[in-house]
Design a protein around this ligand. Structure first.
Ligand SMILES: Nc1nc2c(ncn2[C@@H]2O[C@H](COP(=O)(O)OP(=O)(O)OP(=O)(O)O)[C@@H](O)[C@H]2O)c(=O)[nH]1
Ligand SMILES: [Mg+2]
Length: 457
């Protein structure tokens, strides 16, 4: 039989080991949590975009959502009262640039109106994003069959801009609806940050007005499989300094979308940027919607930085890179666009990791890349090339109407802001313009000429 003091030593050893194990497990969980929260992408320390005030709001929302839904679905629940909700129905046939803005708007509406947030009809969402709470409308929609609903946005047909810009989402009228619905391609919620009812909230929670970035980095976290592909690509291909280009050629050929962005203009923008880059290893990352267009641009750039390098005095090494090789495949989800969903989302994230971005107003894809990024707070203005109308001429040598815009923010534009300014009453327009970003929000290609509704008094 061991002596009592040996037993004591043995017992202390077991207790200490258990304590160490618990400490380590605790630390591991915390590290894992941190990693998921900050997206451990290349140059994490530089690219971290943290907003602790919003994080608190988000974490509380997640807890609230999970608790309410668990109660609602519990077999013991016999209350007939349903939680009020915001439901976003993204247009799956359009691309990421047209799907994500509405999702971010819907979540913002749900936060300020104290409603639960759901997404309706996003096939395979879980393959691309990581979820903190179940926002699939299918989970609860059967309970809402007899419920009252109000459409806040239905593309260009219905847009309640007076409500968004200066209305109260907690009013009796709005509260009388169980469901607020959002169906849009646009970043239509931008004027909410002008709304006097919510000014204080924004000033406290998202004071820099990077609303899209703040929300998207929490709500639309990349799926770990895709995240590791992005990390691997960036680790193997990105350099000290990265310029991202988004080339968009394949626009549909109707009146409003008959837009052309000359490849040469992207090249000119990069030449301008490179004037300021010195003593660096540079990567120029080209994301494009066609293989042909991408190859043309890659060739132009390669030629520039090989034999005819006017920047050799700047002592840079330059390599031109791209990721997506499936642009000749048919995307079965989006109409008219090619490539794969995974390829597009990887291109989006990689663009977002770049130090400088050259984009075009012809595409919301690039704007999304700029906003959906930890680098959003560091990027100097995006360089945005205005598309030109195809009918003008195909001969780029005679084009003299060229616009380029260095944007002040990484927020997406709101193409319907021009409609708001043209059609809403004076007070709504005045309040919208109290927003420091109103000019930025209003710089979009579409509609080029805002159509006029009969003006309200
Ligand atoms: N992989 C990849 N896919 C792209 C790229 N550009 C466009 N696409 C594909 O084309 C789709 C374009 O749709 P959006 O993202 O909505 O962009 P948009 O140019 O505003 O499109 P519209 O508003 O419909 O004219 C994307 O979702 C992708 O599927 C690119 O650079 N890389
Ligand atoms: Mg678009």
């Amino acid at each position: 039989m061991p002596k009592p003091h040996i037993l004591y030593i043995l017992w202390s050893f077991i207790i200490l080991s258990l304590l160490r194990l618990q400490l380590n497990t605790g630390r591991l969980t915390r590290i894992q949590e941190l990693e998921t929260n900050t997206e451990n992408l290349k140059n994490e320390n530089y690219t971290k975009y943290m907003n602790p005030e919003f994080d608190k709001v988000y974490i509380n929302y997640v807890k609230k959502h999970n608790k309410i839904i668990a109660n609602l679905l519990a077999s013991s629940n016999n209350s007939s009262e349903l939680p009020k909700v915001v439901v976003v129905r993204p247009d799956m046939h359009s691309g990421f640039g047209n799907r994500m803005p509405g999702i971010i708007c819907g979540f913002l509406y749900s936060l300020i109106s104290d409603r639960l947030f759901f997404i309706d009809g996003y096939q395979n969402f879980d393959n691309y994003f990581e979820k903190d709470f179940d926002h699939n409308w299918d989970t609860v929609s059967y309970l809402y069959r007899g419920s009252t609903a109000k459409d806040l946005h239905v593309n260009e047909t219905i847009n309640n801009f007076t409500l968004v810009t200066r209305g109260n989402f907690s009013s009796e009228e709005i509260n009388s609806y169980d469901i607020l619905r959002v169906h849009t391609w646009d970043y239509v919620c931008a004027p909410l940050s002008s709304n006097p009812y919510y000014k204080e909230w924004f000033n406290k929670i998202i004071p820099d007005y990077r609303i899209f970035t703040t929300i998207s980095l929490r709500l639309l976290r990349l799926h770990p499989d895709l995240k590791s592909q992005v990390e691997e690509y960036a680790n193997n291909n990105f350099s000290d300094y990265n310029i991202g280009i988004h080339l968009r050629e394949r626009k549909t050929k109707n009146d409003t979308n008959s837009l052309m962005i000359p490849i040469g203009h992207y090249y000119e923008a990069v030449r301008m940027l490179m004037l300021e880059v010195k003593n660096k290893n540079v990567s120029i990352f080209v994301a494009a919607d066609t293989t042909d267009g991408r190859n043309k641009l890659v060739n132009l750039l390669s030629e520039e930085f090989k034999s005819n390098n006017i920047y050799h005095n700047n002592n840079n090494s330059v390599k031109i890179i791209h990721s997506e090789d499936n642009m000749d495949l048919n995307n079965t989800i989006t109409w008219e666009n090619s490539g794969t969903e995974a390829g597009a989302i990887i291109d989006l994230k990689l663009l977002g990791l770049c130090d400088d971005l050259v984009l075009t107003y012809a595409s919301s894809f690039g704007f999304l890349a700029a906003g959906w990024s930890h680098k959003a707070s560091r990027q100097r203005g995006l360089l945005i090339i205005n598309p030109i109308k195809k009918v003008w001429t195909d001969n780029l040598q005679v084009i003299d109407k060229v616009w380029m815009w260095g944007a002040i923010s990484s927020e997406p534009c709101m193409y319907m802001s021009k409609l708001l300014i043209t059609n809403e009453d004076e007070e709504t327009t005045r309040i919208f313009k109290s927003n420091p970003l109103w000019i930025h929000y209003s710089q979009c290609h579409y509609p080029i000429e805002p159509y006029k509704k009969s003006k309200k008094s």
